[in-house]
Design a protein around this ligand. Structure first.
Ligand code: UGY
Ligand code: MN
Length: 256
């Protein structure tokens, strides 16, 4: 008799770990030649949607709903990313951010896997410059020691300006390096491991994690990480910020 399948996926009240063997593919309206794997959404309690788009050559991505900003990071392949009338070709570990109303499409040049994060944008504080389109490559971004530890280095992919209500960062930990504290903060994280792995503590559970694993850390989820293995551990993560937290819970205009 075949044994029942198992999974490392765990969905909790304030965090989730989503591993590849539990992925189920779906299709988004207006996206052609593409299958999407939604790993985090408001259904688990998150304030954003995180998914992998598996695009065949010529596959096309439609814009997000009105008022939604979008971040994309190419895991494999090459895509043409369109913001307004501008077209940018992104290759592996290339990324782009489009403030709400600016994403006009994305087309796969080769078969591609793209990490996508969509989130309802929160208006910039009065008088500050609004967020703008950002296009770059991970290897263009400086790695800075995190809290003075050169073995844990952080790359900030988006500018830390009041107009931006999200941060997208990549953390690189040398084997044995760890977060210097058990963090707990109102900001959420959506995470995907890009390389290596280690042990993640989320609330009172401890998880072995590795490349391709994804995680949701909800508000005030205690979190800590140590890299294990022979190569650096790298993960890409989302963090909301630069806004009064009360605004996260406000119903957007037009929703009521
Ligand atoms: O930016 C952060 O909050 C980051 N240090 N958290 C994390 O890696 N879990
Ligand atoms: Mn954190």
């Amino acid at each position: 008799m075949a044994l029942p399948p198992t999974t490392r996926t765990f969905i909790g009240a304030r965090h989730a770990v989503i591993t590849p063997e539990s992925h189920v593919k779906t299709a988004f309206p207006g996206w052609t030649g593409t299958r999407t794997i939604v790993t985090i959404s408001p259904h688990v309690g998150a304030g954003f949607v995180q998914y992998i788009a598996e695009m065949a050559v010529g596959g096309h991505a439609a814009p997000p709903p009105v008022g939604v900003e979008r971040f994309v990071f190419v895991l494999e392949g090459s895509v043409k990313f369109r913001a307004g009338h501008d077209v940018h070709e992104l290759h592996e570990e290339g990324f782009a951010y489009a403030p709400s109303g600016t994403f006009t499409g994305m087309d796969a040049v080769t078969a591609s896997r793209v990490f996508v994060l969509d989130r309802r944008a929160i208006t910039a504080p009065h008088g500050s410059e609004p967020a703008f389109v950002v296009v770059s490559r991970l290897d263009e971004i400086e790695k800075l020691p995190f809290l003075e530890d050169p073995r844990a280095r952080l790359q900030s992919l988006l500018p830390d300006l009041p107009g931006f209500d999200i941060a997208m960062n990549v953390f690189t930990f040398e084997p044995g390096a760890c977060l210097p504290l058990v963090e707990s903060h109102y900001m959420e994280h959506g995470v995907i491991f890009l390389q290596g792995g280690g042990i993640y503590r989320l609330e009172d559970r401890w998880y072995p994690v590795q490349r391709e694993d994804q995680m949701w850390m909800g508000p005030f989820c205690p979190q800590w990480f140590a890299a294990v293995g022979n190569e650096p551990a790298r993960y890409l993560y989302y963090k909301n910020g630069n806004r009064n937290p009360l605004l996260d819970l406000t119903i957007a205009p037009g929703d009521a």
